[in-house]
Each structure stands twice: as structure tokens, then as C-alpha cells.
Design a protein around this ligand. Structure first.
Ligand SMILES: C[S@@+](CC[C@H](N)C(=O)[O-])C[C@H]1O[C@@H](n2cnc3c(N)ncnc32)[C@H](O)[C@@H]1O
Length: 266
């Protein structure tokens, strides 16, 4: 099978750029947004107010809005992404919700469009595996004020492999080799001269119908699906069969998802 993966670790950048442009208009509707990590971030910020925050790899803004809501709008959010279509969706979405305390900045996580020592907090949701992590960490170190926080919300490789997709969608874990394990993240963070202050694992009991799961995969709600070739349809059929074999009620497929939130300081 020919995958969009050029070698073990390099995914074609254009494939990903096109993927996010294509999915931007429906991204929020095909993904599941978790609010628990937002509340946790608020608690860790410990009542700090009037702060500048950057959401890097913000996509269409589903987490940006949750963050602004949770912090009672008592902050200013810089929404940063390379993808114009995503940013345009974000701008419409946040404006429709009468949110004003944000700005949109097209820019790269590997060269952040932020002044040095300018923000109290940087967050990134479900995006770290798309960045050059070492460059991104270097850039956060430069942009954060003294005592600033970086929060990384992601799923680890082992968490991905235990999801409904990892368990039942052929080749899903093999193809998704961009995600990290915790020890790899720790090594990168140490190398960047930063410190992990806390880690928190979030477990989620999920349920869905087979129909919705198939729709999500067809829409390539995870960019992993973009890396399959034209035989993707055959794997989707296999997935359907695997679910039929392992569950009784196709309107009530249940599983456990897990993600991790890392709190990092300078
Ligand atoms: C999986 S999406 C996550 C979006 C959003 N954080 C969320 O959870 O809904 C990853 C996002 O990262 C963006 N991205 C990828 N590489 C990037 C880079 N080098 N710098 C900034 N953004 C990037 C993509 O355009 C996309 O919007």
C-alpha cells in the first residue's frame, strides 16, 4: 500500500495542509470536544487574570472558545495556525459567539508570531504531533514570560492504540506514527531546558452509533485517515465488520478514550 508517509517519520506537508483546508468547514462537527482539560488549565493558572494566552494549532477554534468562556473572558487570546481556512472558520465562530478578546495570527508553531517574553500562557490541543517539537519548544521558551505556562493536550501513541480506531480500524496504529509516548515528550522537554510541572490523564467513556463512526472516518476526522491510499474503503469495510463482530447494539458502541495534559514551565 502506498501511504502519504514518505518515510517512517516524515508526512508530506502538502497532504496535511490540504487535509486541514478540506476539513475546516466541518471540523467541529466531526470531532469530540473535551472540556475537562480546560477547567484543569484554569485551576493551574491559579486565578491569574488579564493575561495573554496563545492557542497554537488552534484549528477552527473549538478549544479557543471553551478557554475564553472558562476564563470568563478575563484574558486575551492569540489564535495561531498555519491554515487560512481554519483561521477563517475560527474568526466567524468566535465572532458569532460575541467574543472580542482574541486575534487571529496566521503563523507557524516552529516560528511563533509572538514577541519575546510576551505571553503568560501557551496552549496547544491535539496538534503537537504536527509541529517540529524541538523548534516549537524553543519558541515557547522565547515567547513565554518568566514563570509562564505551556500546556500540551494530546493523545499518546499507546492511548491512540486503545481507542475504538486503534482497536478496530486496520493499520490505524501502524500508520499513526507521529504521536509521542510520554518518555519521548519528557526527553524533548528536558532537551529544551524546560520542566514538566504536572501531568494529568483524562479518561472519557464514549458512546456512538456505527453510522456516526463510519461518517467520521469517511470525513477523515483524524488526519491519520488521510494517510491511507485508495484502498481506504476496503479498510473501512473491515472496520465495520470488526464492530459488528464485537458489539451487539449498533446504536450503542461504547469504549474508553484517554488523553494527557502536560503542564510545562520555563
Ligand atoms: C488536529 S488539528 C487540531 C486543531 C485544534 N487545536 C483542535 O483541537 O480542534 C491540528 C491543527 O494544527 C495546525 N497546524 C499543523 N501544523 C502546524 C504548524 N507547524 N504551525 C501551526 N499550526 C499547525 C493545523 O492547520 C490544524 O489546524
Amino acid at each position: 500500500m502506498e501511504l502519504g508517509i514518505q518515510n517512517e517519520f516524515t508526512v508530506d506537508k502538502k497532504v496535511m495542509r490540504d487535509h486541514f483546508s478540506k476539513i475546516a468547514s466541518k471540523y467541529r462537527s466531526v470531532r469530540t470536544t473535551d472540556t475537562k482539560p480546560i477547567l484543569h488549565i484554569k485551576n493551574r493558572l491559579n486565578g491569574k487574570t488579564r493575561i495573554n494566552i496563545a492557542d497554537v494549532g488552534c484549528g477552527d477554534g473549538r478549544y479557543s472558545l471553551e478557554l475564553l468562556r472558562c476564563l470568563d473572558d478575563d484574558c486575551f487570546l492569540h489564535c495561531i495556525d498555519t491554515n487560512e481556512e481554519m483561521l477563517s472558520r475560527l474568526e466567524d465562530y468566535l465572532t458569532e459567539q460575541n467574543t472580542l478578546n482574541f486575534c487571529v495570527r496566521q503563523g507557524d508553531a516552529n516560528k511563533l508570531p509572538l514577541e519575546s517574553d510576551s505571553v503568560e500562557c501557551i496552549v496547544t490541543f491535539n496538534a503537537i504531533h504536527h509541529f517540529d517539537i524541538q523548534k516549537f519548544l524553543g519558541e515557547t521558551l522565547r515567547s513565554l514570560k518568566e514563570d509562564g505556562h505551556l500546556f500540551i493536550y494530546t493523545r499518546l501513541r499507546n492511548q491512540n492504540s486503545r481507542s475504538i480506531w486503534g482497536k478496530y480500524f486496520p493499520l490505524f496504529t501502524e500508520i499513526e506514527n507521529r504521536l509521542y509516548e510520554l518518555d519521548e515528550l519528557k526527553r524533548h522537554i528536558q532537551q529544551a531546558d524546560m520542566k514538566i510541572y504536572s501531568t494529568k490523564v483524562f479518561g472519557y467513556q464514549r458512546d456512538s452509533s456505527l453510522e456516526r463512526l463510519v461518517e467520521q472516518a469517511k470525513n477523515k476526522h483524524y488526519s491519520t485517515f488521510e494517510l491511507y491510499d485508495s484502498t481506504f474503503g476496503n479498510y473501512l469495510d473491515e472496520f465495520r465488520k470488526n464492530i459488528l463482530k464485537n458489539y451487539e447494539d449498533m446504536d450503542n458502541i461504547t469504549w474508553q478514550d484517554e488523553n494527557i495534559l502536560l503542564e510545562i514551565k520555563k
